[in-house]
Design a binder for this molecule. Sequence first.
Ligand code: 0L1
Ligand code: MG
Length: 265
Amino acid sequence: MPLTKGIDNKIVDYLYSAEKERREVEKISDQYPDLNLEEAYRIQEKLIQKREEDGCRRIGLKIGLTSKAKQEMMGVHEAIYGYLTDDMLALEWEPINFQEWIHPKAEPEIAFMIGEDLLGTNVTAEDVIRETKYVAPAIEIIDSRYVNFKFTLADVIADNCSSSKFVVGSKWVSPKTLNLEDIGMVMSKNGEIAQTSSGAAVLGHPAESVAWLVNKLGEAGKGIKKGDIILSGAISEAISFAPNDNILVQFDELGSVSFSCKSSN
Ligand code: 0L1
Ligand code: MG
């Protein structure tokens, strides 16, 4: 049975308060097993509107489930998307308080700074490269609001794809001079290598991932805008971290990005 407006709002309040209170909650599909993806994106949109009512501003989007391994794990064949708001942008030089999260994980990503509006349903990776002003190294910190990071596809879409924070490195480079598919990446935690991979892990090429996003949004008459930051998807598995940990992501040619985490105690 389709969800009613009243139920949408109830779910939005449920997820929003879980995030604000840093509290994990049972997944919504336990209560609404028929929740479909269209309904889940509608709830996500309302969740972002609620953040906007509270003073946040949309500054871009993120793409999730971009690796074949993660899609297989979830039993899906498509990526997902969520919105980035200005309060999610963290600075490399300011340690983040671990108490801001429930059970965070860090993912290495390539951020795209979009130079022109992109809209349509036949957009290609070449179009994305042409309209991207810069790419930069980034770390996304995901923090599902659900118990043990366990959810269905509809659950995670409604939860804005586990979005929480992200950090963008200071070296911004034109993508026209790079081969993003072959670009190598090493992610370390406290000086120990935790993950290695390359750009091809993101749907074959990070720009393919952004093209997927534009085409997906295009089906609903939406697109991405000049000035948007797009997190193109995790290049490797996400890693957990704890207070006082330092995460460093180093890319060939693109430079590095890091963040450290403090404990308020
Ligand atoms: O950004 C991501 O790839 C994560 C998307 C949501 C799935 C998860 O929380 O692991
Ligand atoms: Mg991600």
